[in-house]
Unconditional design. Structure first.
Length: 255
């Protein structure tokens, strides 16, 4: 049977977060149209025991060292067979209705990227697919489902935190977005891209600045975006303490 959806979960020493995520995925894994792929970077904590305990639910398991989360996600892309791909990583809790989402994905929709608002412990964050929105924020890959053709080249491993953001910008002309009516999952604030340490915030804005330069040349607004990101990056390099006052607020909002 051709798979409608491939769910890829990346794990590395996530403690009990893997178990929480898989438990939230169980309604999806009950469908034959869904393929579950787990990419583990060589864990040696409780999460690897949980992977063994859920082995019957896993269609493809890869256990080997990788070059980071996007390298692991690329491995998942290569072995996936689903028409659509969804990256749900450890700590994220799937909150949408499985039957309704699969029915939606089975339709011959015109879009090639489905996204939703983001739910966090601090509340719901509205998402938009527009360059104006991308200048100050980004979509989270946990709340994005890709048509597999859109991921033919995978994620750029030059970016350690913002490769999904860079992918969205560099493929902006090709993407036909569709916004799903409910949050796809509740976003964990414990992951790599959600950390709000001073050094991490500097790296995020540096990568965003570089990613914005990959926008197609016909989008002159990219120079406005780059200028904005460059200013923020320089401020965070020179006076990182300015960001520490708002770190908790950013974490609550999932930025």
């Amino acid at each position: 049977m051709n798979k409608i959806l491939s769910i890829v979960t990346v794990n590395y020493n996530s403690g009990r977060n893997y178990k929480k995520t898989v438990e939230s995925l169980l309604p999806f894994l009950a469908f034959e149209e869904v393929e579950f792929i787990v990419i583990d970077g060589g864990s040696h904590d409780a999460s690897f025991g949980d992977i063994k305990d859920t082995s019957k639910k896993i269609d493809h398991l890869v256990v080997e060292r990788d070059g980071g989360i996007y390298d692991a996600m690329n491995k998942g892309i290569k072995i996936s067979t689903g028409r659509w791909l969804w990256f749900v990583n450890c700590g994220d809790i799937v909150s949408c209705n499985s039957e309704q989402l699969l029915q939606f994905l089975s339709l011959e929709v015109e879009g090639n990227l489905i996204y939703s608002d983001v739910c966090t412990a601090g509340g719901e964050i509205k998402m938009k697919f527009s360059l104006g929105f991308f200048m100050r924020s980004a979509l989270n890959h946990q709340n994005m489902i890709y048509r597999r053709e859109l991921l033919a080249d995978g994620f750029n491993l030059k970016y350690r935190i913002c490769s999904d953001y860079q992918h969205t910008l560099s493929h902006y002309n090709e993407i036909v977005p569709l916004k799903y009516r409910e949050c796809l999952c509740t976003y964990s604030l414990d992951g790599v891209s959600s950390e709000v340490s001073k050094a991490r915030r500097v790296q995020v804005w540096r990568e965003r600045c570089e990613a914005q330069m990959t926008l197609p040349k016909n989008y002159m607004v990219k120079y406005v975006m780059v200028s904005f990101s460059l200013i923020v990056y320089l401020i965070k390099c020179i006076a990182p303490e300015l960001g520490s006052l708002t770190a908790k607020k950013l974490k609550d909002r999932g930025v």
